[in-house]
Design a protein around this ligand. Structure first.
Ligand code: ADP
Ligand code: ZN
Length: 604
């Protein structure tokens, strides 16, 4: 069988995605590979197909038990002889897996790194033929990242005992330091590298001003994601609980997820997210690792993420199936101030703070940019993206800029003259000449800046303060109540040495929520209501099967596959097999139930 045939018969896919075939052939030829591709690009198939084709067992080292379960469940659905060995198995079940592997009845064996290092397991490796070693989430060898796993450092010791067995290391973590670490620590410096673009073309990026976060979220959900699964990220546990409760009051099936919930509740919520259709999880950053759900249609940030890396990783959980998905975020001046305070008050030496400061600058700059978001995002990861993407807010609704030099000077000078301790509310009152009780008491109505800013309204001044803070032209105080103070980068503005370009904010209410359909969205539209109804019906069939087999629905078939069925309406098994995503095993197991649903559907 060729690799193409395996792809078709086992996985039901028509063709390889970029790099997949090269990598498969490379491993089939017995050579090592390093694979750096973004989440959702299809890295798993790169080792799964060679493990199926080559004699012996393919050993997959994976750090997360939850991921192992899902991968093995999905492979078995496709009729692949896959198994895992980890601490969740009883001694008997583990012994059975070991026996089967030893007898040559397993093509893919998933293990945690701890298991790999055990003597008993090494003895097993020594007595069975090996197809390959795959080291998944290979960035876990690097202390630079946040997922460092010390056991990963010893993987190379084990693989060194099997020099004839090809190895493949895979990761979606892009930065150069981590990349070097992986090659060095896994002893893969001579491996061929396969690096693909970090672009996620099907994700639409949009960042708006926060006005009333919940209402904005609700309107976003109603307009674009009714009945869809998604993740909302918030900063605090309390906010996760409250937002989820509020969404439930609005008839959205939302669940909280954070480290404050007991393990059982967390597990239950995660399972519902994976197994039911259309669950929205409101989570702190604790959610996401180890969740391999391909049909997450949106990721919403109600608070700023910790960094650009975090933003990329969190938004990357949307649209792994390649269908259109949204990365949507709202933020406001208060968030910018809060982030600045957090960073300045953080523990750590000066060098660490400096790095954190730069990271925050990059994130805030990204929020404020008028460039194509995709260009800016990829730029941060060192990748050039030549043209505007056409699938982000700044591309579809270009933002106007204005020369804010004079306004910036007034705003900064007001900070200076009021003693560098007040927040935006007070400063704006001064600029607008509002002689409030407080202003009179403090004598701020006698300042030179009192009333010099009537050309802008309060909202516009807020925007000026936000943009100056985001750009690092203004610092925040570390006093109990946040105020602004000048910093070295304020002075060139005050002295007139630099020009300040500001973006014209759109009113949150007036911001566009509907975007042009992109290529990804129109891939295979459901032409009429009949198709739509059939699609819904097929989803029900799928849910029933998933429940009976206790697997998530997408393990049975992806939405994309069901949609294709609803449009093409295959009449028999052989036509069904022509649908992308239907392999032989699934056609045999469930085909009849889907064909039956299609046949009995009125329009077909
Ligand atoms: P990664 O590990 O890179 O995050 P996965 O291996 O989980 O990505 O693949 C993401 C999704 O893409 C999976 O649902 C997978 O079945 C699907 N996929 C992979 N390769 C192909 C292909 N050649 N054609 C269609 N779908 C594919
Ligand atoms: Zn763009």
């Amino acid at each position: 069988m060729t690799s193409q045939t395996v792809l078709r018969k086992v996985f039901g896919y028509d063709g390889f995605r970029p790099h997949q075939m090269e990598i498969v052939e490379h491993l089939n030829g017995g050579r090592d590979a390093f694979v750096l591709m973004p989440t959702g690009s299809g890295k798993s198939i790169c080792y799964q197909i060679p493990a199926i084709m080559r004699p012996g067992v393919g050993v997959v080292i994976s750090p997360l038990i939850a991921l192992m379960h899902d991968q093995v469940a999905a492979l078995r659905q496709n009729g692949v002889r896959a198994a895992y060995l980890n601490s969740s198995l009883t001694a008997e079940a583990a012994a059975q897996v070991v026996r089967q592997a030893g007898d040559g009845q397993v093509d893919l064996l998933y293990v945690a790194p701890e298991r790999l290092l055990m003597e008993g397991f090494q003895a097993l490796l020594a007595r069975m033929p090996l197809a390959l070693f795959a080291i998944d989430e290979a960035h876990c060898v690097s202390q630079w990242g946040h997922d460092f796993r010390p056991e990963y450092l010893r993987i190379a010791e084990v693989t060194a005992r099997h020099p004839e067995v090809p190895r493949i290391a895979l990761t979606a973590t892009a930065d150069v330091q981590t990349r070097k670490d992986i090659l060095g620590k896994l002893d893969l410096t001579r491996a061929a590298s396969f690096i693909s673009s970090f672009d996620r073309p099907n994700i639409h990026y949009r960042i708006q001003l926060k006005d009333n976060a919940r209402r904005q979220l609700l309107s976003f959900l109603h307009r674009r994601h009714a009945g869809h699964a998604g993740i909302c990220y918030v900063r605090t546990r309390k906010r996760a609980d409250e937002t989820a409760a509020w969404l439930r009051d609005q008839a959205i099936s939302a669940l909280p997820y954070h480290a404050g919930l007991d393990a059982q509740t967390r597990m239950a919520h995660q399972q519902r997210f994976q197994r039911e259709d259309g669950v929205v999880v409101v989570a702190t950053v604790a959610f996401g690792m180890g969740i391999d759900k391909p049909d997450v249609r949106f990721v919403a940030h109600l608070d700023l993420p910790a960094s650009m890396e975090a933003y990329y990783q969190e938004t990357g959980r949307a649209g792994r199936d390649g269908e259109a998905a949204d990365a949507w975020m709202v933020y406001t001046l208060a968030d910018v101030v809060a982030m600045r305070r957090l960073q300045e008050g953080s523990e750590g030496d000066a060098a660490y703070k400096q790095i954190q400061g730069r990271k925050l600058e990059a994130l805030l700059g990204f929020c404020e940019t008028t460039r194509c978001r995709r260009q800016a995002l990829l730029d941060y990861f060192g990748e050039a993206y030549p043209d505007r993407c056409g699938n982000c807010d700044n591309c579809t609704h270009p933002t106007q800029t204005w020369d804010g030099t004079v306004a910036a000077q007034k705003a900064l000078s007001c900070v200076y003259r009021t003693g560098q301790r007040f927040g935006a509310g007070h400063l704006i009152d001064v600029l607008l000449g509002n002689a409030t009780e407080r202003i009179r008491r403090l004598g701020h109505d006698r300042l030179k800046t009192f009333g010099v800013g009537t050309e802008l309204d309060a909202r516009q001044w807020r925007s000026v303060y936000r943009q100056l803070t985001a750009a690092g032209r203004l610092a925040v105080t570390d006093t109990a109540i946040a105020g602004f103070r000048l910093c070295p980068a304020s002075w060139p503005v005050l002295k007139g040495d630099v020009q300040v370009q500001l973006r014209k904010d759109l009113h949150p209410q007036k911001q566009p929520t509907q975007t042009k359909k992109t290529a990804a969205q129109t891939a295979l539209p459901l032409a009429d209501e009949g198709d739509q109804a059939l699609f819904e019906r097929l989803r029900k069939v799928r849910l029933k099967i998933a429940k009976a087999d206790s697997v998530p629905p997408y393990v049975v078939f992806h939405d994309k596959t069901l949609r294709e069925m609803a449009v093409r309406k295959p009449a028999d098994r052989s036509r069904l097999l022509m649908i992308n995503g239907v392999g032989e095993r699934k056609a045999e197991q469930y085909g009849e139930r889907f064909l039956e649903a299609i046949r009995s559907h009125p329009s077909s």
